[in-house]
Design a protein. Structure first.
Length: 355
């Protein structure tokens, strides 16, 4: 066992070599430091010299012998014979070239905790970056409409009626930005959304006007609405945000000269069961936003509603994730589809009727 002993002796990780009879054959310097006892004491008195009656490690060794395999225990507190208790991960492995011999290693939880903390900090940094990207992404949409409306207001030949409409559009969009900033907790806010009966066509009309005077200038926007559609249970600002995101994506996908479609329909037989289980829910109101762009790459098509998934250079990958969250908060469903025959990208939103 000289080879294994020499190998363990050179490790910075605390390690012991246990003989087939259960005696501690060797303890490296790191193990002596961790256990606050010497190798001769361990060889003479065994586990009692290290753990003062704590049977955790001997029990793990017995298990490894019975199962003739490696075993591990994580975040274990060991009572030492000399010194304060320590929290460690205990890793026990068979010595391949010597049947019956075991190598016992102790990983300090301070190291593991540091790794966990680093991962948490990296996640927090990414979340902060994501929030900043989301805020920039969501504010640019209404700013585009405000800028377009302001340019029209400053031009000659604008009638009083048009001036009033443009002014009201600017006021509404500024108010929406203010509310958007107040709702930076969109992804973490678990409070129920306040819903009220809304006319979905009035919401879509507002979004279309903002788009036509901003990010979708020069594009053809086709509307096909079912006039008999009942009211939808919705939060007005949140639902405007959903359709603004979808139209912005459609405009970016098609480019100048592209065509965007907005349509509504009633599908009385459509019912779905929530992913987490529960009663079947009726979602008869359907809103479609379509475009004649190239669609999403196949590699991300199934993950398009997950955060940070995007096909745009420099994109945040948060717009559609926010769409999915808001629609889910409304008890609805959003779907992506690519119609290859018509070369059309389709985003379909299914919503419940206002009670």
């Amino acid at each position: 066992m000289a080879g294994a002993g020499e190998l363990l002796a050179g490790l910075a990780v605390p390690a012991l070599l246990v003989a087939p009879d259960g005696g501690i054959s060797m303890a490296n310097l790191a193990a002596e430091t961790l256990l606050n006892t010497s190798q001769p004491a361990l060889a003479e008195r065994g586990w009692e010299a290290a753990f003062a009656g704590d049977a955790t490690v001997p029990a793990l060794i017995d298990r490894a012998r019975r199962e003739d395999s490696s075993c591990a225990a994580y975040d274990v507190e060991l009572a030492l014979a000399f010194g304060r208790p320590v929290r460690v991960d205990v890793l026990i492995n068979q010595v391949a070239e010597a049947p019956g011999w075991l190598a016992v290693a102790f990983q300090s939880r301070s190291v593991a905790t540091m790794v966990d903390r680093q991962a948490q900090q990296q996640g927090a940094a990414r979340s902060a970056e994501g929030v900043a990207q989301m805020l920039a992404h969501e504010i640019k949409n209404p700013l585009s409409g405000i800028r377009g409306a302001a340019q029209l207001l400053s031009s000659e030949g604008v009638g009083a009626e048009d001036r009033d409409e443009l002014t009201m559009l600017i006021v509404n969009e500024v108010d929406r930005i203010a509310k958007l900033v107040d709702r930076l907790e969109s992804f973490t806010d678990t409070r129920p959304v306040t819903l009220r009966p809304e006319n979905i066509h009035e919401l879509l009309g507002h979004v279309r006007r903002v788009a036509a005077r901003g990010f979708a200038q020069g594009m053809r926007i086709r509307e096909r609405y079912d006039p008999s559609l009942p009211l939808v249970a919705a939060n007005r600002d949140a639902m405007i945000q959903v359709f603004m995101n979808l139209l912005k994506n459609a405009a970016e996908a098609t480019g100048e000269g592209g065509e965007i479609g907005i349509s509504t329909s009633f599908r009385p037989g459509l019912k779905v069961r929530p992913a987490g289980g529960g009663e079947v829910v009726s979602l008869p109101l359907e809103v479609r936003v379509t475009d004649n762009g190239p669609g999403l790459p196949e590699a991300i098509a199934d993950h398009v509603f997950k955060p940070f998934v995007t096909s745009k250079p420099g994109g945040s990958g948060l717009g559609l994730a926010l769409v999915a969250k808001i629609v889910a908060d409304h008890g609805g469903v959003v779907e992506y589809e690519r119609n290859m025959a018509m070369k059309q990208t389709i985003f379909r939103i299914l919503l419940p009727v206002a009670s």
